[in-house]
Design a binder for this molecule. Structure first.
Ligand SMILES: NC(=O)c1ccc[n+]([C@@H]2O[C@H](COP(=O)([O-])OP(=O)(O)OC[C@H]3O[C@@H](n4cnc5c(N)ncnc54)[C@H](OP(=O)(O)O)[C@@H]3O)[C@@H](O)[C@H]2O)c1
Ligand SMILES: *[C@@H]1O[C@H](CO)[C@@H](O)[C@H](O)[C@H]1NC(C)=O
Length: 313
């Protein structure tokens, strides 16, 4: 191939990547949120912080549900200053402990009269176990948010129309749930599998989508709607493994900024008329389809029943 050929191929490849992963679509809604309350989990950094800031700018009361008071206080300070909205506050939530989830909900319900938007944004990758011994990614990304949402449902129903947005990922395509492992390993991905970390993360994101799907079925007739989201490929703590000048250039070319990565979440929170699509998956501020597994209603129902048992509801 000639030099020109290589250049053309490289440009073509980038255009493909750009349109597949990097389209900078924006939430177009102009809705204001005065008098509304939102919870954003994992909002001290990354996409969650950008989401919390955008909601605060629109006038919402925003609860930063985070595990570290120090990191969250810094974010509260930044968001108040940038939005001019003082109704931004921290409440302790560690999703790797079901007791912490229960404590958070108790504090929240006691001190806050409303809940209009629940944004299940926090996410981890990595090895480890939750307080109750579950695989870290399954436990934090799925089970913690599962229990949190269930315990907050009555309040969301009282404040309907209200919405629940859960951050999934395009990585859910690699997900595979093996329920038979649960009794032995308290996880749904086998320990020995190659690239375990990737499968674990993918599977937890598949769980986020199946959860949203079954939740929508159970919420029919309540005016509470729920959506799952792929935020795009976003430069955050989760994806920040490179450093240096080349890395800076590459990350400009191949990653979105957190503020851009928050747009699809904002679309699902703010856009009018999405109720008929409750339970569905969004990407680039638009309805998307997701893998066949993520649309398997029997699997979604099974996961729900198993999760109820695991969190003790
Ligand atoms: N970045 C991407 O390209 C990408 C792509 C697809 C999907 N997503 C999804 O988008 C969401 C946000 O990701 P991000 O990229 O913004 O990640 P991030 O920068 O790593 O932020 C993750 C947030 O989750 C919090 N968190 C982690 N473990 C927690 C726990 N046990 N309890 C409470 N909070 C906890 C973190 O708190 P600490 O600061 O205390 O650790 C942090 O606030 C995740 O659900 C992720 O799966 C991201
Ligand atoms: C849902 O919203 C519609 C339209 O606002 C309303 O008529 C209906 O009573 C609501 N249903 C519930 C269960 O709140």
């Amino acid at each position: 191939m000639s030099l020109l050929g290589y250049i053309a191929a490289a440009v073509g490849f980038y255009v493909f990547i750009y349109y597949t992963f990097l389209r900078r679509t924006r939430c177009k809604s102009l809705v204001k949120l005065y008098g509304k309350t939102a919870i954003v989990t994992g909002s001290n950094t990354g996409i969650g912080k950008a989401t919390a800031l955008a909601l605060a700018k629109r006038g919402a009361r925003v609860i930063l549900a985070c595990r570290s008071r120090g990191r969250a206080d810094a974010a509260v300070y930044d968001i108040r200053r940038e939005s001019g909205n003082q109704q931004v506050l921290f409440m302790a939530l560690d999703l790797s402990s079901l007791q912490s989830v229960r404590d958070f909900v108790q504090t929240f319900l006691k001190t806050e009269p409303r809940l209009d938007f629940l944004i299940n944004n926090a996410g981890v990758t990595g090895e480890g176990r939750t307080r109750e011994g579950f695989g870290l990614e399954f436990g934090v990304n799925h089970l913690g948010h599962f229990l949190l949402t269930l315990l907050l449902l009555d309040r969301l129903k009282q404040c309907a129309p209200s919405r629940i947005v859960t951050l999934a990922s395009i990585a859910h395509y690699g997900g595979h749930i093996d329920f038979s492992l649960l009794d032995q390993t308290k996880d749904v991905v086998t320990e020995r599998k190659l690239l375990k970390r990737f499968w674990d993360y993918s599977t937890s994101k598949l769980c986020n989508m199946l959860f949203t799907r079954e939740l929508a079925n159970r919420l029919e007739g309540t005016n509470v709607s729920c959506f799952s989201v792929h935020p795009g490929l976003v430069r955050t703590k989760l994806t920040r493994t490179m450093s240096g000048l080349l890395a800076a250039v590459l990350s400009k070319l191949f990653f979105l900024e957190p503020e851009e990565g928050a747009q699809t979440t904002l679309h699902c929170v703010l856009q009018e008329g999405l109720e008929p699509f409750s339970g569905r998956y969004f990407s680039n501020c638009a309805l998307a389809q997701g893998s066949a597994k993520s649309r398997d209603d029997a699997l979604a129902k099974k996961l729900w029943e198993v999760s109820e048992r695991l969190v003790g509801i």
